[in-house]
Write a protein that binds this ligand. Structure first.
Ligand code: NAD
Length: 277
């Protein structure tokens, strides 16, 4: 495949680019994922809360691509009740596998830390059991900040393979990226295109895009890849799905990288994980 992989801290290979399916209705997910697989994507990012694991799984299990060439991520949602128990986590994981129609996932993530609930250590120990069982090839977290990562490192013996965080040129997460690099945690960028909003209209991106004969979206994805981030751009539009993977035939130069880095204005699109329950 033309998408390069990164090696996670347990030796598992993860494609550096995949398709995100947040906000894709279950009935549309099958077509979007099938289009992506045809275009060369091998990694798909879903979550229990997206309510499209079934539609996503249908595309995966009906494709001719061998299971071991696919990379499937799903996530544990915040408990509707108060806190997660070990048994609750294991049940929820089983429910995700059943909806996907798979007997393992490649990556299972804690969707939000909910530090105010103080249950992420319990969840993480259950994730360690899931990883040991082989039913998740790797486990990781999402939306964790340095204090929560430090607590996992201090109080458990399992280092998250991945932290999936909001990251785009308007919010480039220098502190977390440095922490991840120091501790062997892969950085995965959610909303890598800034959700297709104002970011993609930045004049500096138009200039760089024209210079390389690429689109602003492709330039942003290339910036992520050259930083070493994993990206999971979302689209249901076949032409955009193909456009977003067509980013391996050009290279941004140092000036391009610096000009894009200068777009950081500290603007989050999603909730602050410190407050989100
Ligand atoms: P994104 O940055 O991927 O932007 C997607 C939007 O950008 C599309 O809906 C479309 O409007 C536009 N777009 C896509 N391709 C384009 C192109 N080539 N040209 C112009 N516009 C284009 O936003 P996202 O969906 O929020 O994030 C990607 C994925 O990250 C999600 O689908 C999901 O899998 C994941 N995610 C995870 C979390 C988390 O808490 N872990 C939160 C948000 C998203």
């Amino acid at each position: 495949s033309k998408v390069p992989s990164i090696t996670l801290n347990n030796g598992v290979e993860m494609p550096q680019l995949g398709l995100g399916v947040w906000q894709v209705p279950d009935a549309e997910a099958t077509a979007a994922v099938s289009t992506a697989l045809e275009a060369g994507y091998r990694s798909i990012d879903t979550a229990a809360v997206y309510e499209n694991e079934a539609g996503t799984g249908k595309a995966l299990t009906s494709s001719d691509i061998p299971r071991d060439e696919l990379f499937v991520t799903t996530k544990l949602w915040n408990s509707a009740s108060e806190t997660w128990t070990r048994d609750g986590v294991l049940r929820e994981f089983d429910a995700s596998l059943a909806k996907l129609g798979l007997d393992y996932v490649d990556l299972y993530l804690i969707h939000w830390p909910r530090a105010m609930r103080d249950d992420y250590l319990t969840i993480w120990r259950a994730f360690a059991e899931i990883a040991e069982s082989g039913r998740a090839k790797a486990v990781g977290v999402s939306n964790f900040h340095v204090p929560q990562l430090e607590r996992l490192l201090a109080e458990t013996s399992l280092v998250p393979a991945v932290n999936q965080i909001e990251l785009h040129p308007h919010f480039s997460q220098a502190e977390l990226r440095a922490f991840h690099a120091e501790h062997g945690i892969a950085t995965e960028a959610w909303s890598p295109l800034g959700q297709g909003g104002e970011l993609l209209k930045a004049p500096v991106l138009a200039g760089i895009a024209a210079k390389h004969g690429k689109s602003a979206a492709q330039v942003v994805l290339r910036w992520h890849l050259q930083l070493g981030n994993v990206v999971i751009p979302k689209s249901v539009t076949p032409s955009r799905i193909r456009e977003n993977i067509d980013v391996f035939d050009f290279t941004l130069d140092e000036d391009d990288m610096k000009a894009i880095a200068a777009l950081d204005n500290g603007t989050r699109l999603g909730p602050n994980p410190d407050d989100f329950d």
